[in-house]
Design a protein around this ligand. Structure first.
Ligand code: GLN
Ligand code: ZN
Length: 768
């Protein structure tokens, strides 16, 4: 039996990479310094993993592993090849230009597109593919260089590389008339050359990750996988090839992959435990294939339960024998925080929760301990096992985790709790009497500029340098000024500005039972941007009101309606590490109830309009379409639990950021928010088509200006957008608002933009 890891966090225990990157970008350090810091991180990572049999190389990246491949294969978009000549860029400068764009007095080249890596919150750079895209290798090949570097440090590593099928599949066809997988014939020889070089340097095994196998069944993918791995196994008979898939099972692709003469097949047994039975009983399981059992959760933070893992291991040993078995994490540990031991006595983490957690370093140890225990006759008597089970048991029985009144409340939910009293037609009339809004009401999405001063005051308060009262006075003053401003420009539905919030999930998590926060649990989101997701460990419960004070204060300042602002249950769930001892759906229902209580309190405090943001609604969709229905059902239900406790007169809004709506429009309609605001100015309102084609019955506010850029939109442009919107959606259903929250913008541009937005709306009311 062997142990293996195939991807370790690359950001450094103290976020060294972030600091180095940002210093390099702002020209505070030279390239050599950045290279040195990255070598140190790699060396430390290899050392930390050295207790395992197989440890990875090529899992490091300055920015993203797909960008590394684009660069290695020299398949850069033309605009960058021209840029390089024109600006005489160094290799490193060119590499970062691909990710971040390049602007100076002469050149202005847009960055390559970025999108989410499968269903994670990690973003990769999307390969731009053309009919005539060609691939070639340069002088230095990162995969080979990293392998050599590890060897110089005394580590014979397992090079990890995203396979050619997945690389092409996640790419984007820029011109028409071809399929991106057609490029496989010119890409495959590049892989062959790289493999040969690795073998020349002494590599005996390589792992190819092909997570496209976790997507919907597709004959194109299957054919291509067959072709590639038949060829590679034939060309390199001595090489031990691992085919890696994660984030779901092989599903309908299982037949195809089991027929390949590969050395090892990697399975994500966390996401899909049942597949092990399918595989062990499969008629095509050949007699010498090895299995890499992904039993340690690479995507979550919980300590592994050795009892459960040993049961699986023993089952596999029983059928395959010990020698054909490798223990590994379910996927790369890129998605895990680094080290729970960094959470010392100053950490924010709940001390009782800490022993339940395992981050990347601990997961490596778990692999090692499991291997050891698997060879013990009486594993259950072993101190390592006993210690593990004490922690596991303490979590199961903890009063922190279990709150029976929350569980009962979820149990007792009825259909009535997920329905408004009357349907939208009736509510619309009652709301129009209660709110007295003009045609094309104007509003914003919630946050107003989070200036340096706002952030400084919050940080002073958190460090106890400001008293509760001082901070609260400061926030109230910000709210007052922002209400005065919105009144002055004649907005219709006002917001308080969200000045008291750091982050739309953390702010709620900090006030809810069942959540804890780390001080150092960073995970890479993209490039040098890392996030620190909250950890949901127990039944979620709202003790006291979370937002009523600020919202009610804002409402007390004006006769115009103020919107109460909340984050929705699906988004809170999606952007947290969630408990693994109950289905996501159940955790989500509990969050819904907490939000529902807040909604009721806001209504009672006099707020007539309440917005429940769900920007992560689409993000939660499972990878395979066949699983969509189940998710959409509970996600819609979660929103309804949160939103349906109010009277007809109270207007419920929701908001979603840039996303594809056409294939989930039915579910969005089923959420039955009175008003939805969406981000769509960058698509020239194209995204609104989903709503018009569906004849979306409720009200909708398409974002009419892009908040991601400091450019102030002209009245004319916005009027044009309102006109475009009215062609798609009846005027009586339309609202006017920016694309998203304004917290990243400055006040000067925000004032001019919102003022112009109101003017454009007034013009539209006259004209249309
Ligand atoms: N209400 C939030 C804000 O305005 C919404 C943010 C979002 O959609 N991501 O900041
Ligand atoms: Zn948004």
């Amino acid at each position: 039996m062997k142990t293996r890891n195939f991807g370790f966090p690359r950001i450094g225990a103290k976020r060294e990479l972030k600091k180095a990157l940002e210093q390099f970008w702002s020209k505070e350090i030279e390239a050599e310094k950045l290279l040195q810091i990255s070598r140190d991180i790699r060396k430390k990572n290899w050392q930390a993993q050295s207790i395992l049999d197989d440890i990875p190389s090529n899992d490091f990246s300055f920015y993203d592993q797909i960008l590394d491949l684009i660069y290695t294969f020299n398949c850069l978009p033309k605009r960058f090849k021209n840029l390089q000549k024109q600006e005489n860029l160094s290799d490193l400068e060119l590499y970062f230009a691909l990710a971040r764009g390049f602007q100076n007095e002469i050149s202005d080249v847009k960055a390559m597109e970025m999108t989410k890596w499968f269903d994670t919150n990690y973003h990769f750079i999307v390969p731009e593919l053309y009919t005539n895209t060609s691939f070639s290798l340069g002088k230095t090949i990162k995969i080979v260089e990293e392998y050599k570097e590890a060897k110089e440090n005394g580590f014979n590593t397992l090079p990890n590389i995203v396979g050619p099928v997945t690389f092409l599949w996640i790419g984007k066809e820029i011109d028409k008339g071809f399929h991106r997988l057609d490029l496989i014939d010119s890409l495959l020889p590049i892989y062959t050359q790289i493999i040969q070089k690795l073998i020349d340097e002494g590599a005996t095994k390589i792992q190819f990750d092909e997570p496209c196998l976790a997507l919907d069944e597709n004959p194109l993918i299957q054919t291509c996988i067959q072709k590639v791995y038949q060829k590679l196994t034939t060309d390199f008979p001595q090489l031990q090839i691992t085919l890696g898939n994660y984030f779901d099972c092989y599903g309908a692709n299982l037949d195809t992959v089991l027929q390949l003469p590969i050395h090892t097949l990697h399975l994500d047994l966390v996401r899909c435990g049942e597949q092990i039975n399918d595989i062990l009983n499969h008629p095509k399981l050949n007699n010498d294939i090895h299995l890499s059992l992904g039993i340690i959760d690479g995507r979550n933070v919980w300590k592994n339960d050795y009892k459960k893992s040993l049961e699986i291991i023993n089952k596999v040993v029983h059928t395959l024998g010990k020698d054909r078995l490798i223990l590994s994490p379910s996927c790369s540990l890129l998605h895990s925080p680094i080290d729970i031991n960094l959470e010392d006595e100053h950490s924010k983490i709940h001390p009782e929760v800490k022993p339940w957690l395992s981050f990347a370093h601990q997961k490596i140890e778990e692999l090692n301990e499991l291997k050891l225990l698997a060879s013990e006759k009486e594993a259950s008597q072993h101190p390592l096992y006993i210690r593990n089970q004490i922690d596991i048991q303490s979590r199961v029985s903890s009063e922190l985790v279990n709150n029976s009144s929350v569980k009962n409340r979820v149990q007792n939910l009825t259909n009535d709790d997920t329905q408004r009293t009357n349907d939208f037609k009736v509510r619309k009339i009652k709301q129009s009497i209660a709110l007295q809004l003009p045609l094309l009401p104007t509003t914003s999405i919630g946050s107003l500029p989070q200036t340096k001063e706002v952030r400084k005051n919050r940080s002073l308060y958190k460090r106890k340098k400001l008293t509760e009262e001082q901070y609260s006075n400061y926030i109230q003053n910000e709210i007052k000024e922002s209400i005065r401003f919105q009144e002055a420009i004649d907005m219709d539905v006002l917001v308080h500005g969200e000045f008291e919030r750091n982050d739309m999930v953390e702010f709620f998590g900090e006030q809810l039972d069942g959540f804890t926060f780390t001080s150092h649990g960073w995970v890479q989101s993209f490039g040098s941007r890392y996030v620190k997701p909250p950890i949901i460990y127990g039944d979620v419960h709202r003790g006291k009101a979370m937002t009523v004070k600020e919202s009610a204060y804002a409402q007390s300042l004006t006769k115009k309606p103020v919107k109460g602002m909340l984050t929705g249950p699906v988004t809170i769930l999606q952007w947290s590490f969630v408990r693994d001892d109950q289905p996501r759906e159940h955790t989500c229902q509990q969050i819904s109830l907490a939000i529902r209580d807040e909604v009721t309190d806001l209504e009672e405090a006099g707020l007539k309009v309440i917005q429940i943001d769900e920007p992560a609604f689409r993000e939660g969709l499972p990878l395979r379409k066949s699983d969509w229905k189940g998710y959409l059902q509970w996600a819609v239900n979660a929103f309804k639990i949160a939103s349906c406790g109010v009277k007809d007169e109270t207007q419920v809004h929701t908001h979603m950021c840039y996303s594809k709506f056409n294939d989930i429009i039915k579910s969005i309609a089923a959420m039955d928010a009175d008003v939805i605001t969406i981000e769509c100015s960058r698509s020239q309102l194209h995204l609104l088509n989903a709503f018009s084609d569906f004849k979306y019955p409720n009200e909708i506010g398409p974002g009419i200006y892009d908040i991601h850029s400091p450019n102030v939109p002209s009245i004319y442009d916005m009027l044009d957008f309102i006109n475009k919107a009215k062609i798609k959606i009846p005027l009586e259903q339309l609202w006017v608002n920016p694309d998203c929250g304004l917290k990243t913008r400055g006040w000067a541009e925000t004032k001019t933009a919102l003022e112009a937005m109101v003017s454009a709306t007034k013009k539209a009311r006259e004209l249309f």
